[in-house]
Design a protein around this ligand. Structure first.
Ligand code: SAH
Ligand code: SF4
Length: 366
């Protein structure tokens, strides 16, 4: 006798919606819409974000009919690893992860200075075209969905879980997320902000308040919207130069959003939110690493709550600038501190041997 099956057992993955797109409230509403008890949403959340389950069939405490309904409409958007590389010092692990349409993005696990941080991507490629950036050199392909952003943090949580038993880690749980992988997060504002809400869900990955940093090339409308909406995330602004002409030569987006407009938006952001902004400065030999450049950025940031993050350039094949050499970074830092009382860090160059610069692994394996 032919038995009617309510839900097909196999549906092509790409037609299903990714459960990582959902907030917990949306999952609850989904259960209610399907006449299931909302308690299943809480169970589902435990499986997804505490047990890091890879599919609905690995969730035995959900009734079979709930799992069948989930399988018919949704999928757990686990990202498959196309390439994995370890830095020789073991502090950085970089993943090239494959999306359902075959596109690839980079996600990096960093474990140094006592912090566990995931560096995640917001787009495939980037439209902003910064001259020294491997992702910029690649051009823009598409935005990531909220689910694809959340899935990167889940991927790193799984890796940490697997490393949990080994002696070298000490930390098992993802604590910090920085949007410093491929793409411009404020160009994909809605998907990024929804992802940060899911990452902060106390019953999910539970990233602490202020443990998420969104880094922008200087998308002024996005900065102003962040200020208005006051999401509990940190803002990092990629400055790289302290005059409009020098900045526009490195960062084409500066032609659209000028340095004056950018600094006005940063001032509004800090005044509205009360938060300090991190200003990133990629140090390129002779171009923006001299004492005069240090004084120019010091003057530009005077009176603003600021910290400068200095990043020695990671060389890329599409740009012939060289990383800052010798003592230049230290000298830069000293001028900021002594003459402007401006705190700064020099990002450690760990991971350089695995091309840990933004977009470099994707560029090399293309
Ligand atoms: N699009 C965002 C976030 C991703 S890039 C932004 O530009 O802020 C994250 C940081 O890495 C930025 O400060 C960027 O300028 C820097 N970066 C990109 N390519 C680099 C390279 N080759 N060497 C050093 N820093 C780089
Ligand atoms: Fe895009 Fe950031 Fe790279 Fe510039 S530095 S091209 S904004 S990813």
């Amino acid at each position: 006798m032919l038995r009617l099956v309510a839900y097909p057992s196999r549906v092509p993955a790409e037609t299903l919606k990714d459960i990582y797109e959902f907030t917990r409230e949306e999952a609850r509403q989904w259960m209610v819409r399907h006449d299931f008890s909302p308690v299943h949403a809480a169970r589902l959340w435990n499986y997804l974000y505490l047990e890091l389950a890879e599919n609905f069939d690995a969730m035995p405490e959900l009734p079979a009919r709930v799992r069948a309904a989930l399988n018919a409409e949704l999928r757990v958007g686990v990202l498959s690893t196309a390439v994995e590389t370890d830095s020789s010092d073991g502090f950085t692990r970089k993943y090239l992860l494959e999306l359902t349409d075959g596109e690839r993005i980079e996600t990096v696990l960093m474990r140094f200075t006592g912090r566990v941080t995931a560096c995640i991507s917001s787009q495939v490629g980037c439209a902003m075209g910064c001259v020294f950036c491997a992702t910029g050199q690649m051009g823009y392909t598409r935005h990531l969905t909220t689910g694809e952003i959340v899935a990167q943090a889940v991927h790193i949580s799984r890796v940490l879980h697997q490393l949990g038993g080994t002696a070298d880690t000490g930390h098992h749980r993802l604590r910090n997320v920085v949007f410093m992988g491929m793409g411009e997060p404020l160009h994909n504002y809605d998907a990024v902000i929804k992802a940060t809400e899911i990452l902060r869900d106390p019953n999910g990955l539970a990233l602490g308040a202020e443990r998420i940093t969104v880094s922008t090339v200087g998308v002024v409308p996005g900065i102003l919207r962040l200020a208005r909406e006051n999401h509990p995330v940190h803002l990092a602004v990629s400055l790289h130069a302290a005059t409009q002409a020098e900045r526009a030569a490195l960062v084409p987006a500066a032609k659209k959003w000028t340095l004056d407009e950018l600094m006005a938006a940063c001032r509004t952001y800090s005044e509205t939110t009360g938060r300090r902004i991190f200003y990133e400065w990629t140090l390129i030999e002779g171009q923006n690493d001299t004492p005069e450049h240090a004084r120019a950025v010091g003057r530009l940031l005077t009176g603003l709550p600021a910290q400068v993050n200095l990043i020695p350039l990671n060389p890329t094949s599409g740009y012939d600038g060289a990383p800052t050499r010798g003592e230049a970074a230290k000298r830069f830092q000293k001028i900021l501190a002594d003459e402007f009382s401006l705190p700064s860090t020099v990002r450690q160059r760990r991971g350089i041997d695995i091309a840990a610069g933004c977009g470099q692994l994707a560029a090399e394996s293309a």
